[in-house]
Ligand binder design. Structure first.
Ligand code: NAP
Length: 536
């Protein structure tokens, strides 16, 4: 952390965030000779992997894919140890990247950007932080992450609870020791499902409060086979290129089947599901081509997982509570390590709060379903104000004082998920309207960083000082994003992709579905002189 306040400094670009997005963006801009001031609220790099230190946290995209590809030296020298990387290893990788490319000198850490206002007369963004910094920049790039604004529901009496509370997305750096404690985990999304087996092992007693059961498949994590890693590294470019052509920019090494459940006889159907279940992870949803689009096929996939849950969980009543009756893959699928098995432990209870919410917190615990639960500590695995939260918590004002919050009051509207009309020279990395959370995040980040850096160079070469999404192009883009989601089952459940987890948030499907199509469309726009952007 630097001590001096930055007042009136002028740079070409302010970058906000030191996650994978902010780091690579900063690297590219500096390489292009631009001056950059970057800000980060944490005290070091890592973004998501800096904040999410909860026990069991790991990536559910495989290690050889969840990494930067921009530097062959980097991808050759780094050794991942497991099929799916644990959080400490990904954070170590982020630190290695920061060291290797000397990135920290561009960042002010422990500096939260509080406001960013566009000064139309000077064509400058005026960016302020909670430390009292004020920096002016020609461009503002928000690399603030899709899942970085923690969501803690407004539980009655939370302030009177005398024990410690933790959010999975803001986990203490020093770790937490639950030994001998009565612990509650609220929430059974990816973070809850990953952490529950670990907390159960440590705590004296664990009570899991589940509002909606979630589909989860075994990750089948294991040490990374050195031979496999070496063969990928022998032609990493080809491996990356194949992943780039996949709908979510990963998973080219295992077959993505195109046929429908309805095309195959029942015995083959179950064998297929079994094969994908055995492989582990998200590829389960690729066992048939229409799991995400056909309710009938989807039900077969869901039935298969429900059968597995009933086989794993010994108490049939608990198994029923854990069985989702929703569309598999509609809420984000989870890849777990021993989640359902955890409910066979004597020290774990499951409380179904689907029909009657948690009533209140008390000094010694919480009350739900008319029952008091004595607790020493509570873990909120209650997710995030996804995709828009981190942007809207900052006072961002564009032309004529238009605030982003007002502009997006009925839901986010962007062009390419990169820019929004009324906010010149503002870019969002992996913003709403881009593949973002429905693609390998690192790949999406690299594509956006390179696209933004090229757009700025292109504008600078032409003395363009104002580069802004045009309203009609934005409107058409929003329609495209909506149409693509409507062709799937995604809009049919209450997921955070739709903002449904945050009370009062407009229900809008935010990510763009289909990474390769997105890249093709974005590239065509660039080739046509950034069609759909107004330039002045
Ligand atoms: P989440 O998927 O939004 O899950 C939040 C959970 O909290 C849900 O079960 C939700 O229930 C519950 N909840 C929220 N408010 C509640 C309330 N008032 N009372 C009771 N329960 C409540 O959040 P997350 O688990 O942090 O995951 C968010 C995303 O982060 C994931 O989908 C994934 O994209 C990413 N992530 C990735 C990894 C990885 O392996 N790479 C790991 C963790 C997270 P409802 O379902 O009823 O709303």
């Amino acid at each position: 952390m630097q001590d001096q306040k930055l007042r009136g400094r002028q740079v070409d670009v302010v970058v906000v965030g030191a996650g994978f997005g902010g780091m690579y963006m900063t690297h590219l801009l500096v390489q292009k000779g631009l001056s950059v001031q970057a800000f980060e609220r944490g005290d070091d790099v890592g973004g998501t992997w800096y904040w999410n230190r909860y026990p069991g946290c790991r990536c559910d995209v495989e290690s050889m894919e969840y990494s930067y590809k921009f530097s062959d030296e980097l991808q050759q020298e780094w050794e991942w140890s497991e099929r799916y990387s644990p959080q400490p290893e990904i954070l170590a990788y982020a630190n290695h990247v920061a060291d290797r490319f000397d990135l920290r000198r561009h960042f002010s850490f422990q500096s939260s950007v509080t406001s960013a206002k566009y000064n139309e007369a000077d064509k400058l963004w005026v960016v302020e932080t909670d430390r009292g910094d004020q920096v002016n920049a020609r461009y503002l790039i928000m690399a603030t992450g899709c899942l970085s604004a923690a969501n803690i529901p407004d539980f009655q009496g939370l302030d009177v609870f005398s024990g410690p509370t933790y959010h999975t997305g803001a986990w203490p750096k020093e770790g937490v020791d639950f030994a001998g404690q009565k612990v509650a985990v609220i929430g059974t999304g990816s973070s809850g499902i990953q952490s529950i087996p670990f907390i159960a092992e440590q705590a004296k007693h664990l009570t899991v409060f589940q509002r909606t059961p979630n589909f989860s498949v075994p990750a089948r994590n294991k040490p990374l086979d050195r031979g496999v890693a070496a063969s990928i590294k022998a032609d990493y470019a080809q491996f990356r290129a194949a992943a780039y052509q996949q709908p979510a920019a990963f998973g080219a090494h295992f077959p993505r089947r195109e046929d429908s459940v309805l095309d195959v006889p029942p015995e083959e159907r179950d064998a297929r599901f079994e094969e994908y279940w055995g492989h582990g992870g998200f590829m389960f949803l690729s066992a048939f081509g229409d799991i995400g689009a056909s309710p009938e096929t989807n039900k077969f996939a869901g039935d298969f997982v429900r059968k597995k849950i009933r086989e794993i969980v010994k108490d049939p009543d608990i198994a029923e509570i854990l069985c989702p009756d929703s569309i598999i893959g509609c809420k984000r699928l989870v890849a777990d390590s021993g989640y359902f098995e955890t409910f066979n432990r004597a020290n774990v209870d499951l409380v179904d709060v689907s029909s009657s919410p948690i009533e209140r917190f008390t000094a010694t615990g919480l009350e739900a379903k008319g029952q008091a639960f004595e607790l020493d500590a509570v873990v909120f695995a209650t997710g995030f104000d996804a995709m828009t939260g981190a942007l809207l918590r900052i006072d961002i004002q564009g032309r004529e004082g238009l605030s982003l919050k007002d502009k997006w009051s009925a839901g986010p509207r962007t062009y390419l998920g990169l820019a929004t009309a009324g906010f010149p020279n503002l870019f969002m990395m992996t913003g709403p309207g881009s593949p973002s959370v429905l693609a390998n995040m690192v790949t999406g980040i690299e594509q956006h960083a390179e696209y933004i850096a090229e757009a700025i160079s292109w504008a600078d070469e032409r003395d363009i000082s104002s580069f802004e999404a045009a309203l009609d192009a934005e409107n058409k883009w929003v329609e495209v994003v909506n149409m693509r989601s409507e062709a799937t089952l995604y809009p049919q459940c209450n997921s955070w992709y739709l903002g449904a987890n945050v009370p009062g948030k407009p229900r809008v499907f935010m990510p763009f579905i289909g990474f390769p199509d997105y890249v093709a469309m974005a590239d065509e726009i660039a080739a046509k002189g950034y069609e759909g952007f107004s330039k002045a």
